[in-house]
Design a protein around this ligand. Structure first.
Ligand code: NDP
Length: 332
């Protein structure tokens, strides 16, 4: 497949360009609003063309799909233009800044008949697929609760718009809660109805939150507790599911890398669960390519991206108002 990159970003450079090329795909051009940055990015990454104008990218001969990894407030307009040009779209999370925009993107792609996916990489982790299998097989019985630990130390290189620009979609809620919401939906097959939350700010965040804890109630009655942060250097990440017959403890699995460990505990017995590590982003690109060929669906589609954004926006509102907040899935 022939790709165009919209956004000359760190995630494109550090993860996605390799994932596209490993999958046998080609990157024909990159678009960035800054000509110098675009040209340097293209040269560094062996991409033949760099442009500043989005339409110029979309008019490249043979272009089939675009990967959008600009700052969050740009995703909507860029995705709508790409869909209007008949391109398949792999869009970074959060899909947009509002639910109505995110729903609009997904509906536009559905109407155009193009593939539209959200780059929620954690669904592609072998660890998470193993956890989901355990839950589905009934290894822990009926699930009662889940806990997500996703408090990390935001690397200095990423401490730009994420920590000071509300307008660009900064803050830990739009950055990390979306991933946790998607991961919980992936495991449990349902999303929260209501949430409560509190945030922290000021250690790293300037005008945006740099930490959040939230509690979610699921339609089935399952309770979910989450912790996301930019300021925790030593906490490590993890996810736990607790059921009537056992518990799953997974450590080091809320990351970009294919690592971590899983323990299934039943009574006094603790059993390590093995999985075959695989690059998360490569698997996502492969699933996207298959979907374009009519074979299956992307790992996380547009509707998954709407749902994860809906949860994040509810968490944000709950923290701001101090109220228990209903999640608005925009009619999906
Ligand atoms: P970056 O800050 O690296 O890049 C975002 C945009 O900032 C670029 O598209 C470009 O804007 C501008 N920019 C960056 N560097 C320069 C520079 N030196 N000079 C001029 N402009 C520059 O973003 P990230 O890679 O951290 O994040 C991009 C998107 O990807 C976000 O939506 C984020 O949420 C998502 N993301 C997803 C991850 C995942 O695992 N799924 C992980 C990390 C990020 P422009 O496009 O206008 O030229």
């Amino acid at each position: 497949m022939k790709w165009g990159l919209i956004g000359a970003s760190s995630i494109a450079e550090n993860r996605m360009i390799g994932a596209f090329r490993e999958s046998g795909d080609e990157i024909i051009a990159v678009q960035s609003s800054n000509a110098g940055h675009a040209a340097e990015f293209a040269a560094r990454n062996d991409i033949a063309q760099s442009v500043t104008d989005l339409q110029q990218l979309l008019e490249q001969p043979g272009l089939e799909a675009v990967y959008i990894s600009s700052t969050n407030e740009k995703h909507f307009d860029q995705a709508m233009a790409a869909i209007a040009a008949g391109k398949h779209v792999l869009c970074e999370k959060p899909l947009a800044m509002t639910i109505s925009d995110a729903v609009g993107m997904v509906r536009a792609a559905e109407k155009a008949g193009t593939v539209f996916a959200t780059n929620h990489h954690l669904r592609n982790a072998a660890s998470h697929r193993a956890i989901r299998d355990l839950i589905r097989q009934g290894a822990i019985g009926e699930v009662l609760s889940a806990r997500v630990f996703h408090a990390v130390n935001l690397p200095e290189a990423l401490q730009g718009w994420r920590i000071d620009s509300k307008g660009a979609g900064g803050g830990v809620i739009l950055d990390i809660v979306v991933h946790d919401a998607d991961t919980i939906r992936f495991h449990l097959g349902e999303g929260p109805e209501e949430v409560t939350a509190m945030t922290s700010t000021g250690r790293l965040g300037k005008g945006v939150e740099d930490g959040v804890m939230s509690v979610w109630t699921m339609p089935s009655g399952i309770l979910v507790q989450t912790h996301e942060s930019f300021t925790h250097a030593h906490a490590g990440t993890g996810i736990e599911f607790h059921g009537t017959d056992g518990s799953i403890f997974a450590r080091g699995v809320m990351t970009q890398n294919p690592n971590g460990e899983i323990i299934l505990r039943r009574g006094g017995e603790a059993t390590p669960v093995s999985f075959q590590p695989e690059d998360l982003y490569q698997r996502g690109v492969r699933a996207f390519g298959d979907a374009v060929q009519g074979k299956g669906r992307p790992a996380a589609d547009g509707r998954d991206g709407v749902a994860s954004l809906a949860v994040a926006l509810a968490v944000s509102e709950a923290a701001e108002t101090g109220q228990r907040t209903r999640v608005d899935y925009g009619g999906f």
